[in-house]
Design a protein around this ligand. Structure first.
Ligand SMILES: C[S@@+](CC[C@H](N)C(=O)[O-])C[C@H]1O[C@@H](n2cnc3c(N)ncnc32)[C@H](O)[C@@H]1O
Length: 243
C-alpha cells in the first residue's frame, strides 16, 4: 500500500504542505476503498472521475488501482480543496507525494460545472466515485452528469448510500435507469479517527456481495453502493417509475 495512504489509514493523520501533522476527516473507510479498488481492477479502468477530494483518501485508493498506461487519467473535482479553512491543498499534495501527480487532473469547480465540462471535452470514463455535496439534488445531478460520460459496462460508486438523500438516488438508479447493482460495502464511511479501524491487510474480506448476481434493487443498507452501466439511456421521453 502507498505510504501516504497507509499513514492516513493507520494513524488518522496526514501532513500539511509545510510538513505539520493534521487530523484527517471525511475520509472513506478501508472497506469502501477495497470496494473501489476491486471495481477498478475488474474493469481494468484507465479513466476515472471523482467528486469530492477532501484529504485525498478515496483518490489515493483510486489512483493506486488504476491501470497505469500513458492514457491513464484520474479527474478529481472539488471547489473547496485549496481553501485554507477547508483542506488547504492537502488532498492534492497527498496525490503528488504518493507519486500520482502525472495521472491526476484536478478541477477546482463545483461538480455540476466540472462534469458538464468533461462531457463537453468528450471524456469517457470507466469508473466514477460520487462523494461530494450529499443532498439528494446534488447527488442526483452528479449521477446524471456522470452517466453522460460513463462507458457501457463502466461502474459508478455512490458513497454514504445509507444517508437518506443518497439512498433515494440509489433507489432512483435501480428503478429508473439501466444500471445493475453489483456490490456494496457494509462499513460506514467518515469514521472518526480513533484508530480502531480494521486492519488495512484485510479489507477485501469485508466487501460484501461484490459482483454477485443481484436484483435491480437491494434491501440491505450499504455505506457505499456500486452500479454497473448496462446500456445507454433509451427510455421514452415521458418515462417515470416510482422510487
Ligand atoms: C465527504 S468529503 C470527500 C471525502 C473523500 N472522498 C475522501 O475519501 O477523503 C466531501 C467533499 O466534497 C466536496 N464538495 C462539496 N461540495 C462540492 C461540489 N459542489 N462539487 C464537488 N465537490 C464538492 C467537499 O469540499 C469535500 O472535499
Amino acid at each position: 500500500m502507498n505510504p501516504v495512504l497507509e499513514e492516513i489509514l493507520t494513524t488518522g493523520n496526514t501532513k500539511t504542505l509545510d510538513g505539520k501533522t493534521k487530523k484527517v476527516n471525511s475520509q472513506i473507510s478501508i472497506e469502501e476503498g477495497a470496494l473501489i479498488q476491486k471495481c477498478i481492477e475488474e474493469l481494468q479502468a484507465q479513466v476515472s472521475v471523482e467528486v469530492g477530494l477532501a484529504f485525498g483518501t478515496s483518490a489515493l485508493f483510486i489512483c493506486e488501482a488504476l491501470k497505469k498506461t500513458p492514457q491513464t487519467k484520474h479527474y478529481v473535482i472539488d471547489p473547496y480543496q485549496m481553501q485554507e479553512q477547508s483542506y488547504g491543498g492537502i488532498g492534492l499534495n497527498n496525490l503528488k507525494r504518493a507519486g500520482f501527480g502525472a495521472i491526476v487532473e484536478f478541477i477546482e469547480k463545483p461538480s455540476h460545472l466540472a462534469l458538464a465540462m468533461l462531457e463537453e471535452k468528450n471524456i469517457k470514463a470507466d469508473f466514477a466515485f460520487i462523494d461530494g455535496w450529499h443532498t439528494f439534488d446534488h447527488t442526483l445531478t452528479d449521477f446524471f452528469l456522470i452517466d453522460k460520460i460513463l462507458k457501457i459496462d463502466g461502474v459508478v460508486i455512490l458513497d454514504d448510500s445509507d444517508w437518506k438523500s443518497v439512498e433515494k438516488v440509489c433507489s432512483f438508479i435501480s428503478k429508473n435507469r439501466s444500471y445493475k447493482f453489483i456490490g456494496g460495502s457494509t462499513q460506514r464511511s467518515h469514521l472518526n479517527n480513533s484508530g480502531d479501524k480494521s486492519s488495512p491487510n484485510s479489507p477485501l474480506s469485508k466487501v460484501k456481495n461484490l459482483f454477485r448476481n443481484s436484483s435491480s434493487e437491494t434491501k440491505t443498507k450499504f455505506g457505499a453502493m456500486a452500479f454497473k452501466k448496462i446500456s445507454f439511456d433509451d427510455r421514452r421521453w415521458d418515462h417515470y417509475a416510482d422510487f
